[in-house]
Design a protein around this ligand. Structure first.
Ligand SMILES: Cc1cc2nc3c(=O)[nH]c(=O)nc-3n(C[C@H](O)[C@H](O)[C@H](O)COP(=O)(O)OP(=O)(O)OC[C@H]3O[C@@H](n4cnc5c(N)ncnc54)[C@H](O)[C@@H]3O)c2cc1C
Length: 491
């Protein structure tokens, strides 16, 4: 098994899958790039066991101080902060530089016994009915690897995608350029973000500075109208021309790039035993902070399916492309719309709506209707165990298994676990194991089915009715949840 990025590799490793993660780069990427983590990604990180580290290292979205023609014009927010609710524990985007997020995922991967093999490039791939043969180069020395599957998460210029001849449909627009980099601006209060422009309806005239957690750095973002080189002198010139009246000194540039809209979607996400994930499958504008998040969720969708296939259940793999390509196409539409607003000088260009949080992503069939159906995100809920200790459903979902929720199961009811096992066997999660959770209403005495003969069964009391509400459940309902936190079946 060869996989190319840390989150997906960690998901595979915790399932006991033998995995290699190779990266052509000699060392980890250093730069803030994808610094906006969306709520759904935070939920994935909760499941992967890295949420505490991500929350400790990051910060909330900053309040932006707007200056027009050098004069302070007031404070704005990209999105109003939302209070957590029992079903949505992480409702707001979280800021963490991409290199910091990657370091946390690499550390988790190392705990699971896998190290990223830097300086190791994939140069060729062929496949047959039983596996994939990959040629790697390290220090000019070739190595041939035989693997069951390959995931090409090798970025927008993906060698894997090119070797497979998969079209990357979309466009590159050379008329728009954006300069992005990480700098210090020590005269500014680092608790705030800044937006400097000629006027509110001319966002393409100035630049923005977003504070990065951890150090006194800001991510600098500016549209560039000419062919100047991406360096500190160019950033300083933009700051001198569009910055605050009091002046602004930039220093200590640690990463810079010149970005051009390159908005593309791979025509296929799969060829036989080879899969594409992340920017290899879809490249987005940075507007809306969607690219990294979408890639993380590709890998999360794929991990349990690869494990199932290796366990003898290849059917779930067939759902990877239809599920994730549909999602990626929708998200590309969203981030492109936000870029267009910026270019058009829309007053709302910096506002971010709930659709950017990715909590509404669903794999439901278009013919399915109802508040919560197969394919939808499985909500969290705060309950209590029978000793009165608080417990979240996400605490019970955490790990590689599927989960069966039984809402107020009646004594002597036909064994739902058997039905769930049959359904999950067909769908391929039997390999991941199923954890059974009985959810009892607070006014219903225990029915004795809290099974001493089933040690895997946990009984929870729905003290405030959060679980019944979030799942639109009535007594006797059952909900089977996939290992990646989406509903598989309900009955
Ligand atoms: C300025 C900027 C701001 C952004 N802001 C956000 C944001 O706020 N939120 C968000 O979600 N996204 C954002 N993004 C997008 C995000 O950075 C990307 O979507 C993300 O980096 C994609 O991750 P990836 O692993 O798929 O690809 P990459 O990060 O491109 O990584 C690909 C890896 O594959 C390796 N590789 C390439 N070829 C080979 C080979 N032949 N063999 C072995 N290894 C190879 C590379 O060395 C690299 O390490 C932003 C992007 C930019 C440029």
């Amino acid at each position: 098994m060869v996989v190319e990025r840390a989150g997906g590799a960690a998901d595979l490793a915790r399932r006991g899958v033998e995995v290699r993660l190779v990266d052509r780069a000699d060392s980890p990427f250093q730069g803030s790039r994808g610094d906006g983590l969306q709520p759904r990604t935070l939920e994935v990180f909760d499941d992967l066991g890295v949420i505490d580290a991500v929350l400790a290292a990051g910060r909330e979205l900053p309040v932006m101080r707007a200056y027009f023609a050098g004069i302070f014009a007031g404070e704005r927010r990209m999105a109003e902060p939302v209070e957590p609710t029992p079903d949505v524990p992480y409702p707001n985007a979280w800021v963490l530089g991409q290199s910091d997020t990657e370091a946390i995922l690499r550390a988790r991967l190392a705990e699971l016994g896998v190290r990223v093999e830097f300086g190791t490039a994939l140069v060729d791939v062929t496949q047959d009915d039983t596996g994939v043969t990959v040629t790697l180069h390290r220090d000019g020395t070739p190595e041939t690897v035989r693997a069951s599957y390959l995931v090409g998460a090798d970025g927008g210029a993906s060698a894997v995608r090119k070797r497979l001849g998969i079209a990357f449909d979309g466009s590159t627009d050379n008329s728009i350029k954006m300069l992005l980099g990480d700098v210090r601006a020590d005269t500014l209060d680092h608790d705030y973000g800044y937006w400097f422009a000629a006027a509110a309806d001319q966002p393409m005239t100035g630049f923005a500075l977003s504070p990065l957690p951890g150090a006194r750095r800001f991510q600098f973002a500016a549209p560039l109208a000419d062919d100047r080189s991406p360096d500190l002198a160019t950033l300083q010139d933009l700051a001198d021309r569009h910055g605050p009246e009091a002046g602004l000194l930039l220093s200590d540039l640690s990463w810079i790039t010149l970005w051009r809209p390159n908005i593309r979607l791979a025509r296929r996400f799969r060829d036989g035993r080879v899969f594409l994930a992340g920017d290899a499958a879809h490249v987005h504008p940075p507007t809306g902070g969607q690219g990294l998040n979408t890639g993380v969720q590709d890998a999360y969708n794929l991990g349990w399916k690869l494990a199932a296939a290796l366990g003898g259940h290849p059917a779930p793999l067939d759902t990877y492309e239809p599920e994730r390509r549909t999602v990626a196409a929708g998200i590309l539409g969203l981030s492109t719309e936000l870029l267009d607003k910026l270019v058009d000088g829309d007053e709302d260009a910096m506002r971010r709506g709930p659709e950017t949080r990715q909590l509404g992503i669903t794999y439901r069939s278009p013919t399915d209707h109802g508040p919560l159906v197969a394919g939808d995100r499985a909500p969290d809920a705060l309950l209590h165990d029978e000793a009165g200790r608080p417990l979240r459903l996400f605490d019970l979902f955490r790990g590689p298994h599927a989960t069966l929720l039984r809402f107020a199961p009646a004594t002597g009811a036909p064994d739902a676990e058997l039905s769930a096992r049959a359904a999950s066997g067909r769908a391929g999660y039997a390999h991941s194991g199923i954890r059974t959770v009985d959810i009892r209403r607070v006014d219903t005495p225990t029915n004795g089915s809290a099974d001493t003969d089933r040690p895997a069964c946990t009984t929870l009391v729905d003290t405030d009715g959060h679980a019944f509400t979030a799942y639109a459940a009535v007594p006797g309902n059952h909900v089977l949840i996939r290992p990646d936190g989406h509903l598989a079946h309900r009955w």
